[in-house]
Ligand binder design. Sequence first.
Ligand SMILES: [Ca+2]
Ligand SMILES: [Ca+2]
Length: 400
Amino acid sequence: MRVLRARGTLAAALSLWAVAVHGQGSAQIRLSLVRGAQEATIAVRFDSLAAATARLVQGWSYGVCLGEGIEVLEVGPGADLAAAGTAAVAIDRLPGGVAVKVTLADDPARGLPENGFSAWEDLVLRYRCVPGACMGGMAFFCREPIGSLAAPAEFSAGGASLWPERGGAFGACGPSGKVRVEPIFTYEGKVAVMLRADPDVPRCPLQGWSYGVCLNGDLRVGAMSAGADTIVAKGGGRPDWDVYTLSERGIARSVIIDIIGPTVVGTDRLVRGWEDFVFEIEGIPCGTVRICDEEVGDPPVDAVWTHEEEGLPMGAANLGARTLCWQRGDTNFDGKVNIADAVNLLACLFGAGGSPYCACAEAGCRPVFNANNDDRLNIADSIYVLQYIFLNGPPPAPLK
Ligand SMILES: [Ca+2]
Ligand SMILES: [Ca+2]
């Protein structure tokens, strides 16, 4: 379980920080909520964990709890449960979710081996988002029993109860599906993390957010700072909680606009693009910057939006990535050396203002622009690129 840990007087305020809490149990089997194969479906999946023993499972029960913004249209057994054939399946649709009870066998000598579940699809829910729903579209395994069928989540094996590990809270509606967090390479040679919403995003007042920045490859982080939009998020000033911590594998970033007051940011504001966080890259980078929901930073944080004391997972599809591999001559940083780079180089040398990336030539990207690897930036660099492309000239030298 990952939480944003806090001490002292901040602790109470930070209880606002609702993270996706993963259930605890005897953990031989993991339950997950995942995006289904078809649009607007949620699948319940089981996987055996590596240490599982081969007890026989006679059945299971669980509840899937759903926020108000999600409306269930249809619910039925998943592919593996349907194929199990002999199972007695009871599914109860309730106002707050769906309760499920499955009996595979009454005899403890029969059943499915506990270590035999691998991406077992148990249940599929088809849903729609209630128009304008904000954070209500969250789906998760219930922490308390719902209806008459389901324990919070339980497997029975040989008369004993197994408490599975529950994970995968699912943001089905609200900003989770409509707002991306993406790293972009800026013209100054830095990486900026932008929050970007679709134009039809539901209007959600967000109290804050957190995410990880996972770094792979040869990327060294220099100075870090809050982004241009976040530093004025609280009535023109900095948010109350505005933290970034660097560890070996990446950066943990978290923001709470207003710990005790009403200041929030609407998702509609994110449609224009919101610069949340900026960091410099040192040296000549080659690697991937990936927004992530993993154990990076100290303390690590989950990738969530916060709204009215709830936390909604951002969802893997909304976490962007950017590969950044500088190469000599690739003056527009798109990973290829072609005529556009020669034109861009000329624009930087002679254009009125030139390309936006010209600023980078003055701010640490000079080796990229110095295509012929001499000690000057001039028209010869552009010609060198053109000769390479059109006249079988030698390629720009490696940067290292
Ligand atoms: Ca290029
Ligand atoms: Ca040169």
